[in-house]
Write a protein that binds this ligand. Structure first.
Ligand SMILES: Cc1ncc(COP(=O)(O)O)c(C=O)c1O
Length: 418
């Protein structure tokens, strides 16, 4: 199998670093994007369609990062794009918002089991921050309990002390507990009586560099009861899992009801809108908080979200992605095994995490991922991967072929593996 080269990439990157901090910043940048070794990866795309994108060197990739989640129906999905084009002609960012906003809020209330209302912003971090503000406004309390290793965006309260730009006061009201340790939440609540506004967590634990972990039996039911008993707002950050487990929300999938639910990535197939859904009891607090942005009420992303949710419901997207993800990951594990590699798969199959466990350093894993990328299967190393609804069984077979060849290449380099 031929491997890719990236000549134009380097020319573009040289231009980028001269005028943009870091060249490509944030999660799509080679440094923070877990794109290691960077020389195996494309940096800039030229076009995208369905499950694939093409880079500036003309290489084609089946994309298992899905733009870090937003690509849920396939790039340039025709139904979403038709809704976008229609809305663009009617108006987008206008002084008085379009009634598309009401249509989308109604659709979310009909779709998400816990939702009595919906509020829209742009990014996931906008709505995780809003959730915490609403909890503080509703309870008059200061403190937030959160899970170590959880990611809720880049607002200062979500970051760690010691990170550049973060000061004591940004994080001094956070209390950190370990995932799945209910007794630690109980202890934090007992040690801070009447002070906890909110517990915020993802529906299951999907940190980077670590196997992902599902909630233990009754974990969420115990957390729900404690929050209810102590008047604590239970906010679920469904930014990443949302609509890849269950159209009714990931709290519903795990058999409990959140007070606030944050959505973003899979909401509009790449169009820029995020949503916070809430229960009636928090509606007044939500409207009391001063919270808005220049583009938050724009109509085009609302039209995209309506088309995206409608299609995901019609095709039962979460079930499709869970099933296809299972076929992909079962196959990858078996192919790995046939070459002597122990590929550990964790998380939900629609957004799984994987790691070669033959060494603890993750170096073998990086080598194998790099060989996959050089052959056209785009995986990041230490972040969960994503399935989308444009992927087919053919694509899975194609990926298995790449994985097989990549395992062979790594094995050849490591005769010590036997
Ligand atoms: C679980 C979770 N919460 C919040 C965020 C932040 O979303 P955004 O980057 O859109 O602000 C992310 C982004 O990756 C996420 O995965």
């Amino acid at each position: 199998m031929e491997t890719y080269s990236y000549n134009k990439r380097d020319e573009y990157f040289k231009r980028a670093v001269k005028v943009i901090p870091g060249g490509i910043y944030g999660h799509l940048g080679p440094a923070s994007g877990c794109y290691i070794p960077a020389n195996a990866y494309p940096f800039f795309s030229e076009r995208a369609k369905g499950a694939y994108f093409w880079d500036v060197d003309g290489n084609r990739f089946i994309d298992y990062m899905c733009a870090y989640g937003p690509n849920v129906l396939g790039y340039n999905d025709e139904e979403v794009d038709a809704a976008v084009e229609k809305q663009m002609k009617e108006g987008n960012c206008v002084t008085a918002p379009s009634t598309k906003m009401i249509d989308l809020a109604e659709l979310m209330v009909d779709t998400v089991a816990m939702a009595d209302w919906a509020f829209f912003a742009k990014n996931g971090g906008d709505v995780t921050s809003f959730a915490v503000m609403i909890a503080k406004a509703a309870t008059g309390r200061k403190k937030t309990i959160m899970v170590k290793g959880g990611y809720h965006g880049v607002a200062p309260w979500t970051q760690k002390l010691g990170y550049p730009g973060i000061i004591d006061e940004d994080v001094s009201n956070n209390i950190y507990v370990e995932w799945n340790k209910f007794e630690q939440i109980e202890r934090a609540v007992a040690e801070n009586p009447g002070q906890i506004a909110c517990f915020i967590a993802t529906p299951y634990h999907h940190p980077i560099f670590t196997d992902n972990a599902m909630p233990e039996k009754d974990y969420w039911q115990k957390v729900r009861k404690l929050c209810t008993d102590k008047g604590i707002v239970l906010a679920i950050d469904d930014v990443r899992c949302g609509f890849r487990l269950d159209m009714a929300g990931s709290d519903h999938y795990f058999g409990f009801k959140a007070d606030l639910m944050c959505f973003c990535k899979a909401l509009a197939n790449g169009w820029n809108v995020s949503a916070l859904c809430g229960i009636d009891a928090l509606k007044d607090a939500a409207s009391s908080v001063m919270y808005t942005g220049s583009y938050w009420l724009s109509a085009v992303p609302f039209a995209a979200a309506i088309a995206c949710l409608t299609k995901l419901k019609k095709i039962n997207g979460p079930e499709y992605m869970l099933n296809l993800g299972k076929k992909l990951t079962d196959g990858l594990r078996d192919i790995g095994k046939s070459h002597g590699f122990d590929l550990v798969i964790s998380g939900a199959p629609s957004l799984w995490y994987m790691r070669i466990a033959n060494d603890d350093s993750l170096m073998l894993h990086q080598e194998w991922v790099a060989e996959c990328v050089r052959r056209g299967a785009f995986f990041a190393n230490h972040h969960n991967l994503f399935i989308n609804c444009a992927m087919t069984e053919e694509d899975i077979k194609y990926t298995h072929g790449i994985a097989d060849d990549a395992f062979k290449a790594v094995k050849k380099r490591h005769p010590e593996l036997g």
